[in-house]
Design a protein around this ligand. Structure first.
Ligand SMILES: [Zn+2]
Length: 286
């Protein structure tokens, strides 16, 4: 309760900061005083809209949805993301699986161990873009297009409490934790996306303290270099290719077939030269 109250006060203070006139900062064209645009500004400058569209483009969910997938190369190196209305998603501090390479897959979010039926809340205000069910994957899941331009994906709910198109406020209950989809045990899978590109939620939120990594004005400074520091890993993974072991395969057969060496195969798959291969096992050769 104490934490909650402090957060409310903090949020209120931050909102005051956020309301300070952002246009009052003088803009200059010299390189030294380059102003980092905010995400919303960038959205609006990215597409040239007719006047009529301009009026409609105040970042409603359909606008976000239709512009939500951009390659990282076309995004500025740094952007401010308005996070002053942040509210913790859960009261659990138990991050059970982190963002990044997990076996032969890339885990595009983090998993937080949350007791079954616990309330999950929206971190920022926004509009529910999707509230649906995916068998064997996300299970019951929600995608929220936040007013600050971020999208969050939350999955494996036992029950969802919001509908598609519904406007929600920061801290609003959106669902109850569960274990639907590909999941062993009750947990929340959480992703943050910027133009469809996931980044590590722990860059933005500290799940030990529930605090958010923002500046005094409540903005998170997104930089491609830091926020997307996993990019080389991801590119490396995209280059990866696999061979499925069939009867009679040996490491030297596989090495010869794909123009590599047994040592390289061993290193890529953390195998020894003498390791026994199982039929159906996936061996990475690139
Ligand atoms: Zn997960």
């Amino acid at each position: 309760m104490k934490i909650k109250l402090t957060l409310i006060l903090l949020t209120a203070t931050l909102s005051v900061f956020a309301q300070a006139d952002p246009t009052s900062t003088p803009t200059s064209t010299t390189e030294e005083s380059y102003q980092i645009p905010d995400l919303i500004e960038f959205f609006n400058s990215y597409t040239t809209l007719s006047e009529e569209e301009e009026e409609l483009s105040t970042l409603n969910s359909s606008f976000l949805t239709s512009h939500s997938s951009l390659p990282l190369d076309s995004i500025p190196d740094s952007l401010y993301i308005a996070c002053a209305d942040y509210h913790p998603i859960t009261t659990s501090q138990r991050v059970t699986s982190r963002f990044g390479i997990r076996g032969s897959r890339f885990h595009f979010g983090i998993d937080i161990g949350v007791p079954y039926g616990d309330t999950i809340r929206s971190p920022f205000s926004g509009t529910v873009r999707l509230a649906t069910y995916q068998r064997g994957g996300y299970g019951r899941y929600i995608i929220i297009s936040h007013d600050n331009g971020l999208e969050s994906v939350m999955a494996h709910f036992s029950r969802t409490l919001v509908k598609e198109g519904q406007k929600i406020s920061a801290g609003q209950a959106i669902g109850l934790a569960g274990s639907t989809g590909r999941s062993t045990g009750s947990h929340l899978h959480l992703e943050f996306r910027l133009f469809g590109n996931q980044f590590n939620p722990e860059k933005l939120i500290d799940f030990n303290t529930f605090s958010i990594n923002t500046q005094e004005d409540g903005n998170y400074l997104m930089t491609i270099a830091d926020t997307y520091s996993h990019r080389p890993q991801l590119e490396e993974m995209k280059r990866a290719a696999y061979h499925r072991i069939r009867s009679g395969d040996t490491l030297s057969h596989i090495a010869k077939r794909y123009g590599t060496t047994v040592s390289r195969l061993c290193a890529l798959n953390r195998l020894k030269k003498t390791s026994i291969l199982q039929i159906g096992q996936k061996i990475r050769y690139r």
